[in-house]
Ligand binder design. Structure first.
Ligand SMILES: Cc1cc2nc3c(=O)[nH]c(=O)nc-3n(C[C@H](O)[C@H](O)[C@H](O)COP(=O)(O)O)c2cc1C
Length: 197
């Protein structure tokens, strides 16, 4: 089968990235990590960043029940060209609130890249990320290789939310490079041929 490429816009548009905060716990550390990551991303002209916070999104307790309060999150996920999931590790996996958000959506994730910023104890949340990779494969999303992992992050940020050591900045830059490459490639591909059609 051949695909004829016509009217594909060559205009350079910023890539829309939805940064998802996965934890909802009282006193959670997630927003500190997410704010830091957004500051790594915003100097890049090629990106527009939206925040989807599971801590302020009223996800349904009864799965499948109507949840009008999710509409804003759904809109941001649908508009996104790429995602970054900010997740802690809970019992060697990721929080149920994040699974609820993921499972409450389907086409919104499809044929788009996903990057991860994780934190936790000594593992830095890597076990949560490995679980998420298989979940996103099921949703036809593409996970990027490089991620940011922050082991024991609690004392590592100053009062302004800046990491005292800059080792994670290199990891964030690699993640963003890969996310932008895949985000642009897949946006063009979806425009040429809608995914799954
Ligand atoms: C229920 C629970 C389970 C946890 N399990 C793990 C774990 O398996 N591995 C780990 O490295 N840290 C674990 N932690 C530590 C969390 O990763 C850490 O407290 C992190 O800050 C939680 O994210 P939050 O503050 O955004 O809720 C756990 C924390 C909680 C509350």
């Amino acid at each position: 089968m051949s695909v004829t490429v016509e009217h594909v816009s060559t205009e350079i548009r910023p890539l829309r990235v939805a940064v998802v905060i996965g934890s909802t716990r009282e006193g959670r550390f997630g927003p500190t990590v997410a704010d830091w990551f957004v500051r790594q991303a915003t100097p890049r002209d090629a990106l527009i960043v939206d925040i989807v916070d599971t801590g302020t999104t009223e996800l349904p307790h009864v799965f499948g029940a109507p949840a009008p309060a999710v509409a804003e999150a759904t809109e941001k996920l649908a508009a996104a060209d790429a995602f970054v999931i900010v997740t802690p590790e809970y019992n060697h996996s990721y929080p149920g609130s994040l699974k609820n958000l993921i499972d409450s959506h389907h086409t919104e994730w499809q044929a788009k890249p996903v990057g991860f910023v994780s934190y936790g104890g000594i593992s830095g949340g890597l076990r949560a990320v490995e679980h998420l990779r298989s979940v996103f494969a099921e949703l036809h999303a593409v996970t990027v290789r490089d991620s940011v992992a922050l082991p024991n992050p609690w004392g590592r940020f100053d009062d302004a939310g800046v990491l005292r050591d800059d080792s994670a900045e290199t990891a964030a830059a690699a993640l963003l490079d890969q996310l932008i490459w895949w985000g642009e490639a897949l946006r063009t591909a979806r425009a040429v041929r809608p995914y799954g059609k």
